[in-house]
Design a protein around this ligand. Structure first.
Ligand code: M6R
Length: 364
């Protein structure tokens, strides 16, 4: 049932404020001031490092979580693509907590990587959407994301719910390790509780995204740029666009631009820049100037302050509500999803069942 939407993907994008709210209710105490992990809490004071493993969009959720675990909790994190990890057979010690992220809980490579870590890692954790899945069953602790069934092949609400649960886990770790105090925890949790409402407001970008998508649908290729927490989001934006609109897209960390991809810039290449007005914003503006000086067409996705600071030379802009930089990846997933969605609709591709792709990759 598409609940009045044209595609499951549109329905699942629209459901995000509600399912993020469900995940928050599940993991927060009634007064909303503390985090509870109903299945038990890992002893974060004894964990020395974390190893995060996944495929596709779930892998980008892990890349985002690396920033959170490292910056908030001071925990070193390795992130791996499951198919690389399992055959590389890396050393895994008892001081490591291995964490597997999977919507379906049945992805063959992720499951094999989990089995490799059993008996080697100190603890095997998972973040899954399907609680009865193999990955959930074989973990010491499975954290459900409670996104509800995701039908569209392109993952949307599972991604934002994965991010929500991973952020809660990182905050729990940061608090247990004495890296953030009660006041900062309580401040971030109150902002998280406000996120479903902020996300709802952000839905108002839809008409602007449609206009940008009309132009993008004529492109052969597109480049996504982001720094820090926005870099994994740029990767996710490029994957979404490839999957459902079949437009070639690549993502780079903004600082890598002059190490190669700048050679691609001309009037025909749309460059999508994801950059809230945070501590790194000025650096991103100088990257945008480099692109514009070479005739590149920029779509800037930022907040009101960022859009104003970038000036009116930019090709197009999409303005999101203000949000604490720590939470920004969850909100900035929305324009990445909507841009791919409207571009695919403009091209007339099969949005929910893109060619050559399966929802769950249970074979290698
Ligand atoms: O079920 P999983 O989360 O383990 O699936 C991982 C990937 O196959 C999945 O995220 C894929 O990249 C999606 N089609 C992305 O939209």
């Amino acid at each position: 049932d598409k609940a009045g939407h044209r595609h499951f993907m549109a329905k699942e994008i629209a459901e995000q404020p509600s399912v993020i709210g469900t995940a928050l209710t599940h993991y927060l105490t009634e007064d909303g001031r503390d985090i509870v992990l109903p299945g038990g809490t890992p002893d974060f004071t004894r964990i020395e490092r974390m190893s995060l493993v996944a495929c596709g969009t779930a892998y980008f959720a892990c890349l985002t979580a690396k920033y959170w675990f490292e910056q908030l909790a001071g925990l070193p994190v390795d992130v791996d693509i499951a198919s690389e990890f399992r055959y590389r057979e890396p050393p895994v010690s008892k001081g490591t907590a291995a964490l597997f992220v999977s919507q379906s809980g049945e992805t063959a490579d992720t499951l094999a990587a989990l089995r490799y870590c059993k008996g080697r890692a100190g603890q095997v954790l998972s973040v899954v959407n399907v609680p009865e899945s193999s990955i959930a069953r074989e973990s010491d602790l499975a954290l459900p994301i409670l996104a509800g069934a995701e039908i569209g092949v392109a993952s949307t609400k599972a991604f934002t719910c994965q991010l929500t649960v991973l952020l809660l886990l990182a905050l729990k770790a940061a608090h247990a390790r004495g890296r953030i105090d009660d006041a900062r925890l309580s401040d971030l949790l109150s902002q998280l509780r406000a996120l479903p409402a902020t996300f709802n407001t952000a839905m108002e970008i839809d008409p602007d995204v449609r206009i940008a998508a009309r132009d993008l649908s004529g492109a052969q290729s597109a480049l996504f740029l982001g720094r820090g927490l926005m870099y994994p989001l740029a990767l996710e934006g490029a994957l979404k666009l490839k999957e459902i609109s079949y437009i070639h897209a690549e993502a780079y960390a903004s600082g890598e631009l002059k190490h190669g991809p700048i050679a691609l810039i001309d009037e025909t290449l749309p460059v999508i820049v994801m950059a809230p007005c945070d501590a790194l914003f000025d650096k991103t503006v100088s990257n945008m100037q480099e692109v514009m000086a070479r005739g590149g067409q920029i779509l800037l996705i930022s907040d009101a302050k960022g859009v104003a600071a970038a000036g009116d030379e930019t090709w197009q802009t999409i303005t999101l509500p203000d949000v604490d930089p720590v939470l920004a990846p969850i909100l900035y997933a929305l324009p990445a999803q909507l841009l791919a969605y409207h571009t695919a609709v403009a091209k007339g591709t099969d949005v929910d069942q893109p060619r050559n792709l399966a929802k769950s990759v249970t074979v290698e």
